[in-house]
Design a protein around this ligand. Structure first.
Ligand SMILES: Cc1cc2nc3c(=O)[nH]c(=O)nc-3n(C[C@H](O)[C@H](O)[C@H](O)COP(=O)(O)O)c2cc1C
Length: 194
């Protein structure tokens, strides 16, 4: 339907995830990464609070990330089996580019936390679409690590902050799966009035 990805409508209509473990080099270079992050910050933001942060985890810090995940996992599990340890390790090294997106609402603001969190979600979606626009594939993941206080603290999260997602970005090593999308009439209605 869309051969020319240069139109914004085509970009929106064709974005899809790849599996983080299937994402290989190349990833975004410095200029592409800056454009992706700039797009992520160009979102509706009630109160102009910028209630989100992005932490780029460079390749030379992946071993640190793996160690953090191992420590955080060990803190929550009584016994850590070899398979779990391998899975944690594998997570940390996936894809050439990793960005940790944080929702960082200002609790002292009169803007409801919920609205600030919605802005963080919008920032995340812009990030995913911008990665697609730059010719890459992204995978927005959470998992147990996104809910670990230890991991959150290591990424600078304070009061009310949450990890919105781990964004793995790269080039898919195999064809992407398409998944069924909801039929519009299942999710869109016309209001019948009051
Ligand atoms: C906040 C959030 C967290 C997610 N975490 C996971 C996850 O941990 N594992 C997973 O398989 N998919 C997760 N997903 C879903 C994928 O990011 C992705 O959207 C889906 O697998 C494929 O849909 P897509 O091709 O439209 O992106 C998450 C999505 C969101 C919005």
């Amino acid at each position: 339907m869309f051969n020319d990805l240069s139109s914004p409508a085509a970009l929106m209509a064709t974005r899809r995830s790849g599996k983080a473990r299937d994402l290989t080099a190349p990833g975004p270079d410095a200029a592409q990464l800056e454009r992706i992050l700039t797009a992520a910050t160009r979102v509706p933001d009630h109160g102009k609070l910028a209630p989100w942060r992005f932490v780029v985890v460079p390749q030379d810090k992946r071993a640190d990330f793996a160690r953090l995940l191992q420590d955080a996992y060990a803190a929550r599990a009584e016994t850590v089996g070899r398979l779990a340890q391998e899975a944690v390790e594998q997570f940390a090294y996936q894809a050439p580019c990793l960005i940790v997106a944080l929702s960082t609402p200002a609790h002292a603001s009169h803007i409801p936390i919920w609205e600030q969190e919605l802005s963080a979600g919008a920032a995340c979606q812009n990030l995913a679409i911008a990665a697609h626009a730059e010719g890459f594939v992204a995978n927005w993941l959470s998992g147990w690590a996104a809910y670990s206080d230890k991991v959150l603290a290591a990424f600078g999260g304070g009061r009310d902050a949450r990890i919105a997602g781990f964004f793995f970005i790269g080039t898919p090593s195999r064809e992407l799966d398409e998944r069924p999308r909801p039929a519009l009439d299942a999710v869109v209605t016309e209001w019948q009035g009051y």
